[in-house]
Design a protein around this ligand. Structure first.
Ligand SMILES: Cc1cc2nc3c(=O)[nH]c(=O)nc-3n(C[C@H](O)[C@H](O)[C@H](O)COP(=O)(O)OP(=O)(O)OC[C@H]3O[C@@H](n4cnc5c(N)ncnc54)[C@H](O)[C@@H]3O)c2cc1C
Length: 520
């Protein structure tokens, strides 16, 4: 073996949300060696990452890959997609809002060809998640959010929900397992209420084993830009550690891609795995024609409505501690409109439209839980340092369902703002402002001010063996190649109704079981 090579049983590309879970679970067996290739630094002792309340300062920082979108003719072309460059991945960056998927979300997966990913199975993996997921602690429940919950329930007629996950849980001692149709309440968050620290994937899964398991190797600040093959078999990856490179890291058993919904398809494409025409266009030799790579780019788009306030109470977990769910379509048991509330001026996208950023503000951000627009990711160059193109095709669904959802959301938000005890907190509506009233004007504003809930997914989707657009089979193996698996948000056939991190963690948990089963 050359000095620039090392060999492990498994090579995990990306020590992020799913990658942390897999690295922990596979190294429970002391005879199994795992190397995690992570593009960012370790988060151990990194206060600005570990302190959940500081999450906004990470966006656009040196710890963010910061992906732009291509022009969005019906949306906001200026959205930047934060993707974390640090151990723990986006679970080290995000707000750690934790929702189990709805049973019907997983019915959708099975219907899309993801056999075995039914509700009972996935919930049993969610039961294993090690992150400390708890409803917002009493001390963090401030009066303005309490009043918003009361007003939202009164204005919309939805119940106040004490624990969203209890309603969504299947078995495990929780009460019904049937989900909820609609409701409003404080969120469940993966955090330590005593310290305000994250309970991210890295904190929960990797910190307890770093330096303690000799069979776990972490290569941080190390970027993988090629999957190596022997014929159809993945044998390792080419990586660039801080000391220089490139270096070859070989996998005796499998290479597992956990680089996330943007970087996993990017790495496949750079390695010649993807739609043959697209690869040829940028001068990449086609190793394996897999037309689904980069297709089915999903997201939860949102928009924003903002009111100026006086100074607000300071106690909070991370300035966005509660959510509201509305169900307009009663033929589906799941909600179809979700709102986060922010007790800060979340104003980047509206400032660009000329609105002021008040010193103190409250925002509601209606989002589309099951957006109908579908996008695509592709390479514009064979140069691995060039960021891929992301076209979410926001608000392009033929029935205009997505834009209509946002318009409904803005109108419902105004009803809540007219309702006490929340109403008394508000001085004036800053954006879109009282002059924007017609559906047409609200749609125009809502789309131009649109943002992402930061949930890209679906770009290497799971599907049945006879589905030409499926990238992985239901055991997460890349179709047509061997010893290569994907486990991250890219394998989602559809986005769950709610925030996806718990589902990603459950994918990581199940992936570890599938990998171990194949090894046996
Ligand atoms: C700002 C923000 C807020 C969010 N809030 C929430 C929330 O509150 N609740 C929720 O449910 N979801 C939230 N999300 C979404 C959620 O965090 C993600 O869907 C989820 O964490 C994705 O997990 P993943 O394993 O697919 O990818 P990631 O966690 O992104 O992991 C990918 C890892 O791979 C590494 N990597 C990538 N490419 C390479 C390469 N070529 N070589 C080496 N390493 C590489 C990255 O550095 C990263 O560590 C949020 C996301 C963001 C960005």
């Amino acid at each position: 073996m050359a000095a620039s090579e090392s060999t492990f049983d498994y090579v995990v590309v990306g020590g992020g949300t799913a990658g942390s879970v897999i690295a922990d679970r596979l190294t429970e067996d002391p005879d199994t060696t795992v190397c995690v290739i992570e593009g960012g630094p370790s988060d151990v002792g990194l206060e600005r990452v570990l302190k959940l309340r500081d999450w906004l300062s990470l966006l656009g920082s040196d710890l963010d890959y910061d992906y732009p979108t291509v022009e969005q003719p019906r949306g906001n072309s200026f959205i930047r997609h934060s993707r974390a460059r640090v151990l723990g991945g986006c679970s080290s960056h995000n707000t750690l809002i934790s929702f189990r998927p709805f049973p019907e979300d997983l019915d959708d997966w099975v219907a899309a060809g993801a056999a075995g990913w039914d509700n009972a199975t996935v919930q049993s993996y969610a039961d294993r998640i090690k992150c400390n997921i708890v409803p917002v602690a009493e001390k963090d429940r401030n009066s303005v959010v309490r009043d918003w919950i009361t007003a939202a329930s009164a204005a919309t007629g939805v119940p106040v929900i004490e624990d969203f996950n209890a309603a969504l849980s299947h078995g495990g001692g929780f009460h019904d397992g049937g989900g909820f149709h609609d409701g409003v309440g404080f969120l469940s968050i993966a955090y330590d209420p005593y310290t305000g620290y994250r309970s991210s994937a890295s904190v929960a899964y990797l910190h307890p084993i770093i330096g303690r398991r000799a069979n776990l190797t972490l290569m941080v600040e190390t970027w993988a830009d090629q999957i190596l093959f022997d014929g159809d078999r993945a044998t390792g990856v080419r990586v660039h550690p801080p000391s220089g490179g490139p270096v070859t890291v070989r996998a005796e058993r499998e290479v597992i891609l956990c680089a996330g919904a943007i970087d996993t398809p990017r790495l496949l494409l750079l390695s010649g795995v993807g739609p043959a025409g697209d690869l040829t266009d940028v001068g990449i030799t086609v190793r394996h024609d897999l037309p689904g790579v980069g297709e089915n780019l999903l997201d939860h788009p949102e928009s924003i409505i903002m009111w100026e306030t006086d100074e607000l109470p300071h106690n909070t977990v991370m300035d966005s501690d509660a959510a509201l769910f509305i169900r307009r379509d009663t033929s589906d048991p799941r909600p179809d409109l979700m709102f986060h509330i922010y007790q800060i001026p979340f104003a980047d996208n509206i400032e660009r439209l000329g609105y002021p950023r008040p010193e103190h503000a409250i925002c509601m951000t209606p989002n589309i839980p099951r957006s109908r627009s579908r996008g695509k990711l592709w390479l514009t160059s064979a140069d691995p340092s060039v960021k891929p193109a992301l076209d979410f095709r926001y608000f392009t669904d033929p029935d205009d369902y997505d834009a209509t959802t946002i318009v409904d959301g803005l109108k419902i938000a105004r009803e809540i703002a007219r309702t006490e005890p929340f109403r008394s907190w508000l001085k004036r509506e800053v954006a879109p402002g009282p002059d924007i009233t017609t559906d047409e004007a609200l749609s125009e504003y809502g789309r131009r001010a649109a943002h992402t809930v930061y949930h890209p997914a679906g770009t290497c989707r799971m599907g049945a063996a006879d589905d030409p657009m499926a990238v992985v089979d239901p055991a997460l193996r890349v179709r047509g190649l061997s010893r290569l698996r994907i486990a991250d948000a890219s394998v989602f056939p559809t986005l769950p109704t709610t925030n996806p991190m718990v589902t990603v963690l459950a994918v990581g948990e199940r992936a570890a079981d599938l990998i171990r089963a194949d090894a046996r």
